[in-house]
Design a protein around this ligand. Structure first.
Ligand code: BGP
Length: 486
């Protein structure tokens, strides 16, 4: 029996990141242009534009990001100092295959990731690789509308084969498509699938075609299942995780209609993709959903066989907040990184981006998904974006008292500990993010998440020098005491 609030001895503490938000070096060493490289900066109010070509009138924050490409040694050293046991990063597909169609991979891209992995290993930090985190080669959008085309499956498998073969002895944990379930909503078109419909000019107001979007989600589900089979043939010890953006949904009231709506929304937004990944088939409620919408997807018998045989080993998810739903017309809404919903009268809303904070929702979610799937769980993103106010000291150092960040994570880790007490098998916690990086949703820099402050503003000005925040020491202590001191 575990004593109260005791994390398992080998618990994987760490943090996460993504290539297109961190690496920069957008056109260096043979890298192809990605969809992130043609998405401009924005704000909470002003949507990021999608320009398809580089247009010099705009600022594209992913071009330089925080230049992890050149500073990875310095950054990984800081992660090691905090005591990370695991670090989640993504491989940028266009660094390996610049357009997607090359016969041979780009060796310099492979070398970069080998160096990153070696550096992590030097400090005994386990790499956790996301294979696709929102940076499709732009050529795939231009030629085949991203994952809307079935051809994307083979292109993904070619890319998967290269990274599996190259890193088969160094990487054990793999995540397939970041937050794959966001494709159940129109937001998913661009980042998650590289789809652009005529008329779409910005990220927030995308023209949507539900049939094409769900077809492209199907292609990702199949591509992922086939990649799992391929990966396991290369190294049977590989462990694959689904990556779900868990959009925890509550009914606003106890009216049965609200309860039913919340239940259905949970099925569609959260359970559908993980059910397919874990149970190996489309659930009945999704078949019903498609039927009622009159959507007929192109699903072959080969697809169904592969979904059945290519299932994941762990449930991995991001958790930021919960929202409510109701059948009534309500105007009091809150935002999230990927979601918008009705405000919960019992929860506090924090920060400039109007996020609803719900640590207990994490315990609820952990219990819910463990009860459904009985698989080991990793939390691979959890954090709060807000503006840090650096104090510039006379000796040239910078002090950042990011108490809000500490408070947010402390309250979530407390609930995680309670879920472990409940008996949920959680094997790792990765906050978002290890270091300040570009915000995906708004393209801002001032929306910060890291334990390490990066000197950079929304226009891309700054030295990019790194400074430890107060949360750096705090998280170091959390890891050192294995979650006992929060
Ligand atoms: C998740 C994405 C991350 C990250 C995070 C925070 O959905 O997987 O890439 O960006 O949200 O959201 P944002 O960057 O929009 O603040």
């Amino acid at each position: 029996m575990l004593k109260k609030r005791e994390f398992p001895k080998d618990f994987l503490w760490g943090s996460a990141s993504a290539a297109c938000q961190m690496e920069g070096a957008w056109n260096i060493d043979g890298k192809g242009i990605s969809i992130a490289d043609v998405t401009t900066s924005g704000t909470a109010k002003l949507a990021r534009k999608i320009t398809l070509e580089i247009d010099d009138r705009y600022h594209y924050p992913s071009r330089t990001a925080v230049d992890f490409y050149h500073r990875y040694k310095e950054d990984i050293k800081l992660f090691a100092e905090m005591g990370f046991k695991i670090f989640r990063f993504s491989i940028s597909w266009p660094r390996i295959f610049p357009t997607g169609w090359e016969e041979e991979p780009n060796q310099l891209g492979i070398d970069f990731y080998r160096n990153v992995i070696n550096e992590l290993k030097k400090y005994d930090i386990e790499p956790l690789v996301t294979m696709y985190h929102n940076d499709l080669p732009i050529e795939m959008t231009k030629r085949i509308n991203g994952f809307a085309s079935r051809e994307s499956i083979d292109l993904f498998l070619k890319y998967s084969n290269v990274i599996f073969q190259e890193f088969k002895d160094d990487v054990k944990y793999w995540l397939l498509f970041n937050e794959v379930n966001i494709l159940t909503r129109p937001t998913g078109n661009w980042w998650h699938s590289g789809i652009i419909h005529p008329g779409t000019t910005d990220f927030r107001n995308q023209v949507d075609d539900e049939k094409i979007r769900l077809q492209s989600l199907h292609h990702q589900l199949v591509a992922g299942a086939r990649a799992i089979k391929l990966g396991k043939a290369i190294n049977p010890d590989f462990k694959f995780g689904t990556m779900i953006s868990h959009d925890t949904v509550y009914p606003l009231t106890s009216r049965p209609a609200d309860i039913l709506l919340a239940y259905e929304q949970d099925q569609l937004r959260n359970c559908f993709c993980s059910d397919v990944r874990i149970f190996g088939e489309y659930p009945f409620y999704m078949k019903r959903y498609l039927e009622r919408k009159g959507i007929e997807l192109d699903i072959t018998s080969g697809d169904l066989d592969d979904l059945k045989s290519g299932t994941v080993d762990m449930y991995t998810f991001s958790y930021y907040q919960s929202t409510c739903v109701t059948t009534e017309e309500i105007e009091d809404t809150v935002e999230g990184n990927n979601t918008r919903g009705v405000k919960n009268p019992y929860l506090q809303v924090a920060g400039e981006w109007n996020w609803q904070i719900d640590p207990e929702g994490l315990r609820y979610t952990l219990n819910k998904v463990y009860d459904r799937y009985h698989l080991p769980i990793m939390i691979v993103e959890n954090g709060l974006g807000f503006v840090d106010n650096p104090i510039y000291n006379n000796d040239g150092t910078i002090t950042i008292e990011d108490n809000q960040r500490i408070e947010y994570q402390k309250r979530h880790i407390e609930q995680l500990a309670l879920a472990i007490d409940d008996g949920v098998n959680v094997i790792g916690y990765m906050s978002w993010a290890a270091i300040d990086i570009v915000s995906l949703g708004t393209g801002e820099f001032k929306k910060r998440y890291g334990y390490v402050f990066v000197d950079c503003d929304d226009e891309g000005n700054g030295s990019l020098n790194r400074h430890k925040k107060k949360s750096f020491e705090w998280y170091k202590k959390v890891i050192k005491t294995n979650g006992k001191e929060l």
